[in-house]
Design a protein. Structure first.
Length: 180
């Protein structure tokens, strides 16, 4: 039972890191759309505490499910977000398994690189349903903020955001996956 509370606590800290990354978006649309870049830095420590402390199949589903629930409670998601988040969570588990032992450095780093893309599950809706996303953005943040979104959601900017997130998560993975 004690382990369950520890896993839940680290998962909650992971979710708080994601939330802080999302809140940076109040300063500029780029920071909201690409909060995965900042989140990959902030969430690395709790993620690695979970996967190194309990190196077993499915352990990443704890922070995944908690993040999904909290995002939905904050109004930051829909069924598409849930589907994309679950796909990212399952892909994380597949990468962790394919990379070998759940304790291996390769498994830890590869899994985090995939899991760090989780915040993109919430922002990819803007490319799938741009009109509905802009209406929601105007309602929540105002017209001036929504006007800035056009330059932020270009495909080439999305590509740069993905690459930067993967690079930073790789760096964090190399740092936190060290054997102590």
């Amino acid at each position: 039972m004690k382990d369950c509370f520890k896993i839940l606590g680290w998962s909650l800290l992971y979710s708080v890191a994601v939330f802080v990354g999302m809140m940076a978006g109040f300063f500029h649309p780029f920071l909201w759309v690409y909060n995965a870049i900042l989140t990959s830095l902030l969430a690395a420590w709790p993620y690695f505490r979970i996967v190194k402390g309990w190196p077993m199949a499915g352990i990443t589903l704890c922070p995944l499910v908690l993040s999904i629930v909290l995002n939905l409670l904050m109004g930051e998601g829909d069924w598409l977000y849930v589907v994309l988040a679950v796909i990212i969570g399952l892909a994380t588990e597949i990468v962790r398994k394919v990379c070998g032992d759940y304790r291996s450095r390769k498994s830890l780093i590869g899994g985090y690189m995939v899991f760090a893309l989780l915040p993109f599950a919430n922002t990819l809706r803007m490319w799938i349903w741009p009109e509905a996303s802009m209406v929601q953005t105007v309602e929540e943040m105002g017209q001036a903020y929504a006007d800035q979104m056009g330059s932020v959601i270009q495909p080439w900017v999305l590509s740069i955001g993905f690459v930067l997130t993967l690079f930073i998560s790789w760096l964090c993975g190399n740092f936190f996956a060290k054997k102590h």
